[in-house]
Design a binder for this molecule. Structure first.
Ligand SMILES: Cc1cc2nc3c(=O)[nH]c(=O)nc-3n(C[C@H](O)[C@H](O)[C@H](O)COP(=O)(O)OP(=O)(O)OC[C@H]3O[C@@H](n4cnc5c(N)ncnc54)[C@H](O)[C@@H]3O)c2cc1C
Ligand code: SF4
Length: 451
């Protein structure tokens, strides 16, 4: 393929089109819509929706409170189990969690709108800054929380409620983790991530130090000496490589980094976007970078995934969303060569299939896609330098924890994406933080780490 100048430029769409494309994906329900939605709930005993919620929110209870006009009661039922109930109402893949389990699907093929109702209950509380929680008498104990994402904030909030003094140490300038730097912009509009962070910190008893990192300014040994307990929630800060010699070419970009720039851009019209974009991967990051590239005005966006639709990490709903945005998805192909003498000009892919042993194998047949930008979105991993000075038990590159989120080191807990066995979802990270806080509280009060 002959090299040509890459076609990358900002401002491909009008300001009105950008505003439309990045508007709230699921606008909030009005009061009457919420009452109609709440009326569809059967208030099931042993509700399957609650069992399907990783944080165990009592869903029929909060829906009942909405019906009876008690919004504060509804919000309390949600936030006492999941302090990020507002964000989860926006970003949870409810189609594979609570709403998939809803018995309404059986009769009408349409679940109760649990996510939207959850947002209806929590938005007014956050908007008004209504404090629904109070702190217990100070315990005199101090806990270090490393990380500023959903796992860390959930843990810090619960520990603060239980009377402990918390210090959050976070690498990024803003708290929120991927809520602030990762989630698709149209899922969390109007600076919601920061509003939620403010609500969480408003409980008091939580000090924050940003721009400090474990493995850089901080060591686990020091934190263990200075605090009664430590909670690690550093997420997955390193990006997997394609393993191709040519992958460091200009124009081959880490998708998470680009999404972070998009989320922080004061003006999306000034964000450069390629005319032809190729995305390599099959998870939420691949879908999000592809859909947002289209929404910024990229003309031709193709996701290429090495296996079939069934194996994609992104849910069917997310896949459909991207396809509705005009994103093409090609399955059963893997990158063989990044093309271009200087800047990337395209990618050569090899068709793949599943071999008899279940492993992926190349078919020896190839095709080429031209590209101005290639996004790598094949997953993130734990930045091992952040924990390399410690004796943490690791497996498959993640921290090993027990059911209480306790690590192999005395007085150290961990949760969120950085631990083994997680679901890599915001709601799962929130639950990890909550469970760890409950276990840490027990340890601080009784000296016993085990439940
Ligand atoms: C592009 C993208 C889109 C996603 N979309 C969705 C979605 O729509 N719905 C959903 O449920 N989930 C989504 N997820 C997954 C979800 O965002 C994560 O599962 C969740 O944020 C994990 O929370 P966490 O607290 O473990 O880590 P993170 O949110 O990654 O936060 C990690 C925190 O640790 C800090 N940190 C990192 N290293 C260090 C260090 N060495 N020292 C101190 N601090 C450190 C960072 O500054 C950050 O504050 C998405 C993920 C990505 C990448
Ligand atoms: S499963 Fe559906 S109908 Fe039953 S309690 Fe949950 S939301 Fe209501």
């Amino acid at each position: 393929m002959a090299d040509s100048k890459p076609d990358i430029s900002p401002g491909r769409l009008s300001p009105a089109a950008i505003e439309r494309n990045f508007a709230d994906l699921h606008p909030p329900l009005s009061k009457s819509e919420a009452l109609i939605a709440a009326d569809r709930c059967y208030f099931c005993f042993a509700a399957p929706c609650t069992s399907a919620c990783p944080t165990g929110i009592d869903i029929p209870r909060f829906i009942q409170s909405i019906r009876s006009g008690d919004i504060e009661g509804a919000a309390h039922a949600i936030l006492s189990e999941n302090i990020m109930g507002g964000m989860c109402a926006r970003v949870c893949p409810t189609e594979v969690l609570c709403e998939q389990a809803c018995v309404r699907n059986v009769h009408e093929d349409k679940p109760v709108d649990i996510g939207l109702l959850q947002r209806h209950a929590t938005d007014p509380i956050l908007d008004a800054g209504t404090q629904l929680f109070s702190r217990a008498v100070p315990s005199g104990k101090r806990v270090a929380v490393v990380g500023g994402g959903p796992a860390a904030l959930s843990c810090a909030h619960r520990l603060a409620c239980l009377g402990h003094a918390v210090t959050i140490y976070s690498r990024d300038g803003k708290l929120g983790g991927l809520n602030e730097y990762g989630i698709a912009a149209y899922k969390t509009v109007e600076d919601f991530a920061q509003r939620e962070v403010r609500y969480i910190l408003d409980i008091g008893g939580i000090e924050v130090e940003t721009d400090v990192a474990l493995g850089r300014e901080l060591s686990l040994d020091r934190l263990r000496r200075e605090y009664d307990a430590v909670f690690l929630a550093v997420g997955l800060a390193a990006v997997n490589r394609l393993g191709l010699e040519t992958e460091d070419k200009p124009g081959v970009i880490d998708a998470v980094q680009y999404i972070a720039e998009l989320r922080q851009a004061a003006d999306k019209l000034r964000l450069p976007v390629g005319r032809r974009v190729v995305v390599i991967g099959g998870g939420m990051t691949a879908i999000d970078v592809a859909a947002q590239s289209r929404r910024l005005g990229a003309e031709d966006v193709t996701i290429v995934y090495r296996r079939g639709q069934e194996q994609m990490g992104a849910s069917r709903y997310e896949q459909k969303l991207a396809q509705n945005d005009g994103v093409r998805v090609k399955h059963w192909a893997r990158p063989a060569r990044i093309l271009g003498d200087g800047h990337v000009t395209g990618v050569e892919f090899e068709y793949t299939r599943q071999g008899p042993d279940g492993r992926l194998e190349g078919r020896g047949e190839f095709f080429t896609l031209p590209a101005d930008i290639v996004f790598k979105a094949i997953g993130q991993e734990l930045a091992l330098d952040s924990v390399s000075d410690s004796k943490l038990r690791m497996d498959k590159g993640r921290i090993v924890v027990d059911a209480d989120r306790r690590t192999s080191i005395e007085n150290v807990w961990a949760g969120g994406d950085c631990v083994l066995g997680g679901q890599d979802l915001t709601v799962a990270a929130v639950q990890d933080g909550k469970l760890a806080a409950i276990a840490i509280d027990r340890y601080l009060k009784t000296g016993k780490a085990q439940s």
